[in-house]
Design a protein around this ligand. Structure first.
Ligand code: BGC
Length: 677
């Protein structure tokens, strides 16, 4: 073989290189590129040594490079995506993406199977912690920098699970029955935006069916939308073992599936050969599928000069610091009666610590499912508290003898809690935890509850009994330190909820009717998304249900005063237009802090029913005590659109829109009108 064929010449354009390589591959070799064919290593594809095509190596995310799929390597465990979304900080999301990419490079892999971007439809979904939000706008705004960050390191990002994988119960057999508008407006919107704006190198098709057709052979989802309408150029892969007996090779080919993982069922060489002979798999289609995979192998440097690639780095002090910073910024202060927090380290003698999550480590082999990252060390809440209290405060076991008590409650990132493969069975804390909280609060009125969980928790049975609740999520390997920093005021909390906390399960849209039809599915395993576009706060607004804590809610140790609001334009005319929402915010308290200013819209004259408000922008602003700043939030007109089922397109209808600015979806402080003409 020519020692430097064009496809290895990195000075040439990628399409030219792929075309050259395709011309050298036999038809059988192209088949081999469409599935893993390596039964021992289920995260890698089969090499074609003759042409110096190495195996393409993937590893799970989305909390970092997971343990089980990175050759049992311990890597930085970053906070769960729900926590990252709670930061409402795009820049930080980009930093985390980039650091994860560096870690993936360092373990010699080419792609991180992240981000996971399904919408929080039910609070019971076992993978709520792995997903960002109930809102598509917030989902895309965090996912875009994550993907750009990962790919800035030459590592592929992989959007998953496309689409409507909103529950774990029967995930491989159920069908999400969704009307066209809801599908686009809620469940596809973020995927579309990230494809357009971040150019991800792969998309993973979900296990479930969407409207009766398995996601990985769903021609509408993959070929018609993703490939043709959104012009996606990357790999379309299956979720692991997702192809089923009742699927066909033809269906997968026609849909545009380019990679079957982790080994072939529908893309066995024999089956592809037959499809080729029958004219189902044409040369054009085969080349297109193979091209997608080869292109990404080149983008990641898998094909080419391996030495020219950066080696990456993992477990650096910088990454661990970043994991802590992200954890701190994701923590949400839900209740703080009598300003018990922040704790004054000089004024406290004794603290009593309790709870099942006090000493727990959350990272580990397949902990929580495929996202399990095992870090080299993990700062548990107890370790974080000990470090902080050392030499200053005594940690005791008797709440009656302490100045205050802290219960580290919540769920496990595993069986019975938040986990892949199964949904939660209840919105409540386990009974023994409720009893522990109430018992402790009865003994010591200064009882603080720190929740470590990846999904909403009902609090009826205990919230009144305690003055403070802090939502810490699964906050990664530095979580204990981050929690202690927030409790003691080294960090002023600035996280805001990326999803609504309902008071009870029946308040939540998928559970409102109390029938299995909407969750977990009828006798034919059809899950009817009867609530339509009214997911999350859109539902609570429409039904006038008072949530326990609304979307976008989160308290601070300081007070932010909102001044008047100003739109830089009174009207706009094009979907490409943008406008600015300017607002004065002042820190009227005594501590520096950060505030997430949220912008929502309401379409006043719509031809279809629209939500009472929809998130269309946000900005995070940092202010010193007494400081006042104008936050200027740019909003795109296209984010005012709805999906028109007659035009099969996103449409902004002429008319007036109310632009709302608030601290949360329920705390709107200013309004103005904008017209679209
Ligand atoms: C999960 C995916 C994951 C894959 C590979 C599946 O069980 O749904 O998110 O990437 O396994 O581990």
């Amino acid at each position: 073989m020519n020692d430097n064929p064009p496809y290895l010449n990195e000075n040439l354009g990628i399409e030219e290189r792929v075309t050259d390589l395709l011309s050298r591959l036999t038809t059988k070799e192209k088949y081999i590129l469409l599935a893993s064919h390596d039964r021992r290593r289920i995260y890698t594809t089969k090499p074609i040594k003759r042409l110096r095509i190495p195996s393409f190596k993937m590893t799970d995310g989305p909390l970092g490079a997971s343990y089980h799929s990175s050759g049992l390597k311990k890597n930085t465990r970053f906070p769960a995506p729900i926590s990252l979304a709670a930061t409402w900080n795009r820049r930080l999301a980009g930093e985390v993406g980039s650091a994860m990419g560096e870690e993936v490079r360092a373990i010699g892999r080419h792609m991180l199977l992240a981000p996971a971007m399904n919408i929080h439809r039910t609070p019971l979904c076992g993978r709520t912690f792995e997903y960002f939000s109930e809102d598509p706008y917030l989902t895309k705004e965090i996912a875009i920098p994550v993907v750009k960050g990962i790919q800035s390191q030459g590592i592929g990002g992989c959007l998953k699970h496309y689409a409507a994988n909103n529950q774990e119960t029967n995930r491989a057999t159920c069908s999400a029955e969704i009307d066209e508008r809801t599908l686009h407006e809620i469940y596809l919107r973020a995927f579309r935006a990230v494809v357009k704006e971040a150019d991800p190198w792969a998309v993973m098709a979900a296990y479930n069916k969407v409207n009766g057709v398995y996601a990985c052979e769903n021609k509408y989802l993959i070929r018609d939308l993703l490939l043709e309408k959104w012009n996606f150029k990357g790999i379309v892969m299956t979720d692991w073992f997702s192809t089923r007996r009742d699927q066909t090779t033809e269906g997968c080919i026609n849909a545009g599936l380019s990679l079957e993982m982790p080994w072939p069922f529908k893309y066995k060489v024999k089956s592809l050969k037959k499809a080729y002979a029958d004219g189902i798999l044409t040369d054009e289609a085969l080349n297109d599928l193979a091209r997608r995979n080869l292109r990404v192998m080149m983008l990641t440097g898998a094909i080419g000069d391996a030495k020219a690639q950066s080696r990456g780095s993992r477990n650096t002090a910088q990454h661990h610091n970043l994991a802590r910073r992200a954890a701190e910024e994701g923590i949400v202060l839900l209740k703080n009666e009598g300003s018990l927090l922040p704790l004054d380290i000089e004024a406290i003698d004794k603290i009593a610590l309790f709870g099942p999550n006090l000493k727990k480590k959350f990272g580990g082999f397949l902990k929580g499912g495929s996202s399990g990252v095992k870090p080299p060390f993990e700062i548990t809440p107890l370790a974080g508290m000990k470090e902080k209290c050392k030499g200053k405060i005594k940690i005791v076991a008797d709440a009656s003898q302490a100045d205050l008590a802290i219960v580290f409650a919540g769920l496990d990132n595993g069986k019975g809690g938040d986990s892949e493969f199964q949904d939660r069975s209840s919105l409540e804390l386990p009974d023994d935890q409720i009893a522990l909280i109430n018992r402790t609060a009865a003994t010591n009125p200064n009882t603080i509850v720190v929740l470590i969980a990846g999904s909403p928790i009902a609090m009826d049975g205990w919230l009144e009994a305690v003055p403070v609740v802090l939502e810490a999520w699964y906050s990664g390997m530095e979580g204990g330190r981050a929690i202690a920093n927030v409790l003691f005021g080294n960090i002023n909390p600035s996280g805001k909820l990326p999803l609504t906390f309902p008071r009870k399960l029946a308040d939540s849209p998928a559970h409102s009717g109390g029938s299995s039809r909407t969750y977990p599915g009828d006798e034919e395993k059809k899950v009817h998304y009867d609530e339509g576009i009214f997911v999350g706060y859109r539902w609570f607004d429409k039904e006038k249900i008072d949530p326990l804590f609304p979307f976008g809610f989160g308290m601070s140790y300081t007070v932010f005063e909102y001044g008047s609001m100003h739109l830089n334009k009174g009207s706009i005319t094009h979907t490409d237009d943008t406008f600015n929402v300017d607002l004065d915010v002042m820190n009227a308290g005594e501590r520096a802090g950060a505030e997430v200013v949220q912008v929502y819209s309401r379409d006043i004259q719509a031809s279809v029913e629209r939500p009472q408000k929809e998130l269309i922008g946000f900005g995070k602003i940092r202010l010193k005590p007494g400081e006042r700043k104008t936050v200027s939030i740019t909003v795109r007109a296209e984010d005012l659109a709805f999906y028109d089922i007659h035009k099969h397109e996103w449409v902004v209808e002429p008319g007036d829109f109310e632009i709302l600015v608030g601290r949360s979806a329920q705390d709107i402080v200013a309004k103005a009108v904008l017209s679209y003409t």
